[in-house]
Design a protein around this ligand. Sequence first.
Ligand code: ADP
Ligand code: MG
Ligand code: MG
Length: 904
Amino acid sequence: MPATPLVYPFTFGDRSMADLLGGKGANLSEMTRMGLPVPPGFTITTQACREFLASGVIPSSLTGEIESALRELEKMLDKKFGDPKNPLLVSVRSGAKFSMPGMMETVLNVGMTPEVAESLAKQTGDAKFAWDSYRRFIDMFGRIVCDIPPADFKKIEARILESHSVNSIQELTVDGLKALSQALIREIEAQTGKDFPTDPRQHLISSVEAVFHSWNSERAQIYRQRERIPSDLGTAVNIQSMVFGNLSDDSGTGVAFTRNPATGENGSYGDYLDRAQGEDVVAGIRNTMTLVEMNEREPKAFQELERVMSLLENHYRDLCDIEFTVERGKLWILQTRVGKRTAEAAFRVALQLVDEGKISMDEALSRISGEQLGHLMFPQFDLAGQVTEIARGIPASAGAAVGEVVFDSRRAFDLARAGHKVILVRRETSPDDLVGMVASEGILTSRGGKTSHAAVVARGMGKTAICGTESISVDERANLFTVGALTVYEGEVISIDGTSGIVYLGALPTIASPVTAYLEGKLDANSPQATPVVKAVDRILQHADASRVLRVRTNADTPEDAVRARILGAEGVGLCRTEHMFLGPRRAYVESLILAENEEAQRGIIAEMEPLQRGDFVGIMMAMSGLPVTIRLLDPPLHEFLPNIAELSAEMARAEALGEEISPRQQAVFAAVKRLHESNPMLGLRGVRLGILIPELFKMQVRALVHACLEVRKLGHNPMPEIMVPLVATQRELLYLRKTLEEEIANTLTGTGQHFDIPIGSMIETPRAAMTAGKIADHADFFSFGTNDLTQMTWAFSRDDVESSFLPRYLDLELVPFNPFESLDQDGVGLLVRIATEQARAHTSDFKIGVCGEHGGDPRSIHFFHSLHLDYVSCSPFRVPIARLESGRAVVLANMAGPASSST
Ligand code: ADP
Ligand code: MG
Ligand code: MG
């Protein structure tokens, strides 16, 4: 069997072959096929790159294949590689399956030698052009193939410019260009300790190797990680005959977009630079021309460019990004791809294409994403005026926040309650900081990355955050941070931009996002005030709602959150965490409960808690009248409501040493803290276990709920509560507790003449519950997957601990492809979800199943839940529109993939 070829001419492939030819190569082939003016060439496959990276040597057959492809190219163009009489020059271009703009390398003008330059000078009558091209080759070859630091070349360049008394390379004479090339070669020889190779064939092969290697450059790796591009794909290499934009005054090079990629405005958009080659346009060395200006200068080439742009856009049926070169008035197309765009442009362009009859609404929906909708929802800073940037960190959670800096979470809570807007600044955050995080406008940390506690929690809350701002040093004791010579004290105002990661001094004005105004019902999409992006979001979201099967509920613990979520489109509450009602000022109740000396005292305190709880339930069920509200009974370990054991021990020790008096209450608290301390609270006394040990607590919650229902009904609304039991591991727990709860409901209703059907369901968040879901289904009216805990227990990852310790390293090493707390691990945790779902549906075919937990708002996870035919997802209010959109996309994408690929 002959080995599969590692080299294909541009005349061979098409755009569907990006796996093998890379995106750039596949699109060059496609454009060649379309008959567009593409300089001929050939592509070395990604397979060749993978073999090279695995073995460290060029695959044995590759040199021969390159040689024969080169001969074909020579024949076609009637030129010869390395032959001064009629030289063929080529570029050696990287190009992976997924576009990674600027991340890998390209070498231009390969085939250049002093002899070739000499003869090119004669042929073109332009010696400066010829020697400039030679100089460019040496420069790129030195940096990319020989790894010379660009700064070293810059120094040499500066020296030569000075000795020739000019300011730019453009002004150098032929002698100056020759001198510069010579100086660069000497530097290369000094640094590599080898003679500079003179054989152009060797230049070609070394360039190919360097491009292969650039797949593993640091920046390429970082980019791939961020974009979730697998690290084992490798890059293809394109060898393409050169065209020269630096040849004459009627030559130049440029980039163009068929529509504006920043705003999505219709109409072409681009930059052109005369007498330029390759990256000059984007390098900012000279001011570029607009396409309108280019039209004045090169009308023929411009007309041709317009024709090509419209051909490409109709062909790809999407916004295209194009690289072109004009050589002596003739247009050449060097690259195209479906262009990257901002969130705003994505929505607008998709809808324009629908209105132009080019794509369907389904396609429009498939081309935008929930993440992009999220971006459009954040408020924005108005950067038009004077701004003072003081630091840059990792943009961890988008948004624009302004506030007084505060360094302590308690203090943040207190100040916020007193009406201040604050920004919590910490070295890093821990679960203890939650109150402060909730209370503040935004969070700034000097340590930790995108998966740090601060980042994950902030994103979950839709709160602005910048992490890992290493240039600032935070002194939490002195209540200040320093950056360079500047010191910022508590109370001073800063502005943080979670989209760019930039920290500003002072308060920047913000502009509310029009999309948020629309989603919150404050802006009508049909009104004249509605911007084009608002209209686009409106129509696409409507289509998503009409397409989706999944219902979208929200996680809401307060009436305000419930109101907000309902406006944003929530179809009920999927998770109401009752413990949040006992944090903050109400913590004292739980403390007293724990300290209660006897059952009677306990009952007394519980009786005091009940009306508070009832009030919360009333507010939430009023907001969600006519829609289901799932109340989760108290879940966390009791000690979470008590002071921290380490801090308390230190305090007691200090008081003792100073001979201060310790009150009996303090002593009791300390004793209780010690008694309730658990080594593994996550796996200790919590959830259903707490309800079994202290039944009064759960009974109180159920009573409060029933009373709340009565009250809501009396006010003319329609309460639809559901009770959810956390942390169930065996059906017996549920059976045991269910009896107690049902009795309590019946007792509470006795004599009222009213009746409520309150379903009692189980969370599925322990692996055992998932594996035995069929049995648990005997005693549950519904299931809700608590995917946070399920992930913790399946991986044996304590979330709050691993995210600040080893998970970042795991991500770096690609031991886990992504943070399993952000996006559901479908192979592991997802398998448990699948098993439990199958068992429940085998038990009762329409058994109701939902998801609460952060994954309910994560796009990829939503698509997975859709594929399992779950009934609903529940997410934070802010993510409700995103979940609506993604639930619709899940349907559309599954349809597009066809029935065969919907099962994996
Ligand atoms: P990147 O992927 O970083 O954009 P490219 O391979 O596209 O790198 O090339 C870098 C620059 O060189 C681009 O501006 C491209 O248009 C230009 N270029 C590449 N090949 C040729 C060629 N054969 N003739 C003229 N210019 C070229
Ligand atoms: Mg390019
Ligand atoms: Mg849980």
